[in-house]
Design a protein around this ligand. Structure first.
Ligand code: GLU
Length: 510
């Protein structure tokens, strides 16, 4: 059966994302969802979410919730499903079992399928035999010919045994998949064998349920990972046995890790939830995922969601596997953080911080608000998590980084410079950025030390770090009292610290 993208008017396009709810939504699944969503949104077609929960041992409701949370966070909304009002869907295969049972009955009645009574031991025997002969295992079709006697009501050779339902498949010829990404792929029918449609417990197999749903839901394009390419001829056979036109298929190459092995947990974060909790923005993830397999041209890398909807086309999806590059994603995330209006960044942080060590702290007990800090750090942030690392000293009891403490205790002039800074800051009125800057510059001139050198111990004293947001801005947000307290504290620490610095230096030398 031939069909092509061009047969369809845009708005006729119907695509689906069909996750199995066995865990979190991962980068690969999210990319599949995104490409389907973009295809639907760019054509005015429909995007369907279908939960494939027929593997009852591994499927669970918590995973469904997580998948939905991740899709919603990414902004990938779906169009239809069971339910009332706006809150529809998703479809769940276990709620559609009657449909699969009816289809199986029909195929049995039409003699396109048959009951198979082979026991696991018998099938194991066939498998062993194939191994011995060093040929791929294909079910022998032993029960195909029992059907007449079974239908006659005597149970045939399977009397009293449990049965599965198998599809009668051609033993010769090829099934062709006109893949939108891979081109034409041919599968030898002899290697397929009469595969199972319904298990002995009545639960449909993946290939059966998918093919029924894709045709019943009038899905026009199945865009999914290429681990499903070998299933495609089976799904085409089921669709055709049911007298339905199969959809068009497009299989996306795997996402690889930096070592070019398939991306997995071993490479670090892979679930969308982990990326969210590490402070990535949905705009950056969607932009980045769009480029893991699709390109608009040789140069362009930054695409807003609207631009993706406008420019995405399945024709420009490539067939070579793309490698995940964390540095590029971080760069992109930094870009999108800088692009946000400060008030919007503050809103994102408001939603993000409750899951971090700064939960509940901004704006409380004289602490600065998020809004006060955004201008200090927006340019430096690559993730929302960076906000936490860059600003924690405004909220939490001071903790000195090892390196910072070493620099402070190892600096012979630290006490003198800190005293001078404290003296300058005492005079500043009002305690704002310009006045602080002017006072510290004047003081540095007065004691004849370069500004950078002058600020170094001060920076460490008030933050415990060697790298911070701009010093004048930091001091103005921290306020005079806290700044002076921290300087005093650092001066005492320094006295104690010189001892440990000597010890450390000796250790280093030793
Ligand atoms: N449920 C399958 C999976 O999560 C996807 C099936 C499909 O897209 O056809 O891998």
């Amino acid at each position: 059966m031939e069909n092509s993208v061009n047969d369809l008017k845009g708005s006729d396009i119907r695509v689906r994302f069909a996750p199995s709810p066995t865990g979190h939504l991962h980068l690969g699944g999210a990319r599949t969802a995104l490409y389907n969503w973009l295809l639907a949104r760019s054509s005015g077609g429909a995007f369907v979410l279908r939960i494939e929960d027929t593997d009852t041992e591994r499927s669970n409701d918590a995973a469904i919730d997580q998948i939905i949370t991740s899709l919603s966070w990414l902004g990938l909304d779906w169009d239809e499903g069971p339910g009332v009002g706006g809150a529809h869907g998703p479809y769940r295969q276990m709620e559609r079992r009657q449909l699969y049972a009816d289809a199986a009955e029909r195929l049995l009645a039409e003699k396109r399928a048959y009951r198979c009574y082979c026991t696991p031991e018998e099938l194991d025997g066939e498998r062993r035999e194939a191994r011995k002969r060093e040929v791929p295992y294909v079910y022998s079709g032993r029960c195909r010919n029992l059907e007449a006697s079974v239908d006659a009501g005597n149970g045939g050779g399977g009397r009293g045994r449990e049965s599965v339902i198998r599809l009668k498949t051609p033993s010769e010829g090829h099934t062709l998949v006109h893949d939108l990404v891979r081109g034409e792929v041919s599968f030898e029918n002899a290697l397929c064998g009469d595969f199972i449609l319904v298990r002995s417990n009545g639960v449909p197999t993946y290939n059966f349920a998918v093919a029924i749903d894709d045709t019943a839901m009038e899905i026009t394009h199945v865009i999914r990972g290429d681990d499903h390419l070998p299933n495609t001829p089976k799904q085409i056979m089921v669709a055709e046995a049911l007298g339905k036109k199969p959809p068009l298929y497009g299989h996306l190459p795997l996402i690889l890790g930096p070592d070019r092995a398939p991306l997995s947990k071993r490479h670090g974060a892979v679930s969308i939830e982990e990326f969210r909790s590490r402070g990535f923005l949905r705009e950056a993830l969607c932009n980045y995922l769009a480029l893991l397999g699709w390109s608009f041209d040789a140069e362009s890398t930054l695409f807003s969601m609207d631009e993706l909807v406008e420019k995405f086309s399945i024709e420009r999806v490539g067939s070579t596997a793309a490698a995940f590059d964390m540095d590029k994603l971080l760069w992109m995330n930094g870009h999108y953080i800088r692009e946000l209006e400060p008030v919007e960044l503050a809103e994102r942080l408001e939603a993000y911080l409750p899951g971090t060590k700064l939960a509940g702290l901004p704006g409380r007990d004289g602490n600065p608000d998020i809004d006060d800090l955004v201008p200090l750090v927006q340019e430096k942030m690559k993730t929302l998590e960076d906000f936490v690392e860059l600003t924690d000293f405004f909220f939490l009891p001071l903790e000195f980084e090892k390196k910072a403490l070493r620099k402070l205790t190892g600096n012979d002039r630290a006490a003198e410079l800190l005293d001078a800074a404290a003296e300058a800051l005492q005079q500043v009125e009002p305690f704002d950025i310009e006045n602080i800057e002017a006072a510290l510059r004047r003081k540095a001139d007065e004691i004849d030390v370069k500004l950078g050198k002058f600020l170094q111990p001060l920076r460490i004293a008030v933050s415990g770090k060697t790298v911070t947001p701009g010093m004048f801005e930091t001091l103005s947000v921290l306020g005079r009292d806290k700044s002076l307290d921290r300087i005093t504290n650092a001066l005492t620490l320094r006295d104690v610290g010189s001892q440990s610095s000597i010890t450390q230096d000796q250790e280093d030398a030793g």
